[in-house]
Design a protein around this ligand. Structure first.
Ligand code: SAH
Length: 225
């Protein structure tokens, strides 16, 4: 995501009650349900949440699921926080959505084995240079982390308009023994697959430009658990 620095974003995030400060995150590992203060509900996370439209919509639509949005940059996360404040000002209070400003490299410090029911990746940065391949969120380095924190049969959902990244994600998933439950190169052209689809900011922008949207759903090999 192109970054426009937002002065004061760090401060604004630090003051927000829905953003868990970085130093407190590891202590919540294995006890996110307690932090939400609810009866057990499945926990779904989005990595690289951006400005939060997708996850905020899901949280509104599915009150029986807890959501955590993970974003690396304060200047981006602050937009999600403001979106939520705008909703609250209109009377929509969500008790099932929290945010972490963190690098996804640290996922296994923050989530216990089998703590996460589903992981969403939307329009992840492509990192086209070979020497940056390890930074790609749908790549094998991250798949191994996802596998550790997902419940048995937990799914990874990935959307992008970047075909090269999508094909890379498919081959990485296959190499790592993940099962591919769904794969399409043109999500919006398939009314059945598109039913209930929640658009992300990038999805709106790129599909408006005529780019087909690719989507895959995969799950880790069963033998880990
Ligand atoms: N999901 C949003 C934004 C896509 S842009 C949408 O579809 O509209 C990708 C986002 O991932 C950026 O906001 C970027 O800051 C974030 N990101 C990239 N690498 C990350 C990492 N390692 N950990 C957490 N967030 C990351």
């Amino acid at each position: 995501m192109r970054l426009r620095n937002i002065p004061g974003a760090r401060k604004e995030i630090a003051a927000d009650r829905y953003v868990i400060p970085e130093d407190l995150q590891p202590a919540l590992k294995g006890n996110w349900v307690g932090r939400f203060g609810t009866n057990p509900r499945p926990l779904y996370i989005e990595i690289g949440m951006g400005k939060g439209k997708f996850l905020t919509s899901l949280a509104q639509q599915n009150p029986d699921i807890n959501y955590i949005g993970i974003e690396k940059y304060s200047s981006v996360l602050v937009r999600a926080v403001r979106l939520r404040e705008a909703l609250e000002a209109q009377g929509t209070v969500l008790d099932n959505l929290l945010y972490l400003r963190m690098d996804a490299e640290k996922l296994t410090d923050v989530f216990a084995p089998a703590e996460v029911g589903r992981i969403y990746l939307n329009f992840s940065d492509p990192w086209p240079k070979d020497r940056h391949a390890k930074r790609r969120l749908p790549g094998r380095t991250f798949l191994r982390r996802y596998r550790q924190i997902l419940v048995p049969d937990g799914q990874l959902e990935f959307k992008t308009d970047n075909r090269a990244l999508f094909n890379f994600a498919l081959s990485e998933a296959e190499e790592e023994g993940w099962r591919i439950d769904l794969c399409t190169y043109d999500l919006h052209a398939d009314p059945r697959l598109c039913a209930g689809n929640v658009m992300t900011e990038y999805e709106e922008r790129f599909s408006a430009q005529g780019n087909p949207i690719c989507k895959m759903v995969s799950r880790p090999p069963a033998d880990e658990h």
